[in-house]
Write a protein that binds this ligand. Structure first.
Ligand code: DX5
Ligand code: ZN
Length: 217
């Protein structure tokens, strides 16, 4: 079943505990945490103290998406917090393969993310064979609520082909502008994991699980 990852960027942060609780009991759900540093992307979100609290309170696996210039700092400092997935940006590190190997020592799952202008052929076979997830950005990273860029479909195809040629089983995750209007096409194209922020959190809290069902339909 497709994993749905609500992006907490769009949640009500002053009521985060009740926001997290409203997803209790939903299967195949990860909480997606967007960490932005004001350098790699213009926007700024939250760092370690908040991540630690969210992981503690969440009844689901936590998926951290680091839109930062120094993911090595987070790799080192978050390793005891219980994060499930650690995704860094391909564009932020000099040697993504060696960095992914370092992250693998600390987290059960490691992802690499590519911005809309980064082609999939930049991801080497050796990198793909180390990571557990590729995050395809379908908007420019930095802000929620942007429109989906259809270039994600070609990237899904290319990665699916490489994955089967290489005999690998990394997840393909899509992030940005995901709604019930494109989720079926994305799942049919081969996406394993859909991140959705504003689509879910623009609904009232008692509707979150319905929104998740609509994304899977
Ligand atoms: C954008 C973030 C996304 C964002 C998605 O840089 O990586 O996770 O929260 O938000 P929506 O679903 O509103 O496009
Ligand atoms: Zn994200």
């Amino acid at each position: 079943m497709t994993i749905i990852s609500p992006s907490l960027l769009a949640c009500d942060f002053l009521n985060i505990e009740s926001e997290l609780k409203s997803f209790d009991g939903i299967k195949n759900l990860w909480f997606h945490l967007d960490i932005m540093d004001g350098h790699f992307v213009p926007n700024l979100t939250f760092g370690n103290p908040i991540i630690e609290q969210i992981v503690k309170k969440s009844g689901h696996k936590c998926d951290a998406h680091f839109m930062v210039t120094n993911p090595d700092f987070y790799n080192e400092t978050l390793r005891t917090y219980g994060l499930h997935n650690f995704t860094f940006h391909f564009e932020a590190v000099l040697d993504p393969h060696s960095f992914a190997l370092e992250c693998k020592k600390n987290y059960p799952s490691v992802g690499v993310s590519i911005k809309p202008n980064t082609p999939t052929h930049k991801l080497s076979d050796e990198l793909l064979s180390v990571i557990d997830l590729v995050l395809i950005m379908s908007v420019e990273p930095g802000f929620g609520g942007q429109s989906f860029m259809p270039l994600a479909y070609d990237k899904i195809n290319e990665l699916k082909t490489r994955r089967s040629k290489l005999g690998l089983n990394f997840q393909i995750q899509i992030d940005g502008g995901v709604t019930d209007k494109n989720s079926r096409d994305l799942i049919n194209a081969g996406a394993d994991n859909l991140v959705a922020g504003s689509y879910i959190f623009n609904a009232s809290q008692d509707k979150y699980s319905e929104m998740i069902d609509l994304l899977r339909k």
